[in-house]
Design a protein around this ligand. Sequence first.
Ligand code: PDD
Length: 283
Amino acid sequence: MSRTVYVNGAYVPEHEAKVSVFDRGFLMADGVYEVTSVVDGKLIDFAGHAKRLARSLGELEMDNPLSEAELLEIHRELVTRNDVSEGLVYLQITRGAADRDFAYPEVARPTVVLFTQHKTLVDTAAAERGISVISIPDERWGRRDIKTVQLLYPSMGKMMAKAAGADDAWMIEDGLVTEGTSNNAHIVKDGRIVTRHLSNEILHGITRAAVLRFAREAQMEVEERAFTLDEAQAADEAFVTSASTFVTPVVRIDDAPVGAGTPGPVARRLREIYIEEMRRAAI
Ligand code: PDD
């Protein structure tokens, strides 16, 4: 079945959607993106994603072509037209088409593309059984706080994990865990959640922010600081957060089982709270 996608103001069948070969997203990875989850046909934390999108665009001196209300309208229209009850809305904005040049073009009209993907998010095997990760060096650029479409290294990391028989990879820089290939990394030791502080070194996850808020509301202790790979392997629990995984337990890091090697109570509880609260607040 063909999806309806959104391209620069029009809703079109996916095989009719077109973007210029001169688009700077294609030539220079000069673009940003967001992934918003859909549960019960409603958007999870739309406002958080819209806010980070505006920040990413601002950091790259790109104009935001759409208001938050317009953006919401497009997300909802695509969810309806494609009959998505559970899944994702992918949004990408690039600087647009211009003759190839390293300098930003003086005038370019941003390219805006959105599409949906059906995906099971709530009842997943990964959440039930937990996932395994390998550690790899973090070889990405230094502005990971901007959600750009230059995802080749995370993609290579995912392939390294696959080749090693693992589900994903955690990236290490100066002996410290930065984040997962497409999620934020967290550990639990003696009931306390330890998660890397925000900086240019990691993406400021929208799910991370919500989960930490819920954890604090539930009187759990949260410490925002970098942690080592050794610390993670010796932790009681580990988990990742993202729009597509919510809260998913990590039960093995390289050759070491984390805790009992099965999903722990903190990660399970946080996943429950996150899904319950976000379902209630979805729009
Ligand atoms: N990835 N860190 C990285 C490097 C990410 O790519 C993502 C999201 C996150 C989590 O951010 P959030 O909670 O806002 O989804 C952290 C998305 C899901 C993706 O690329 O598909």
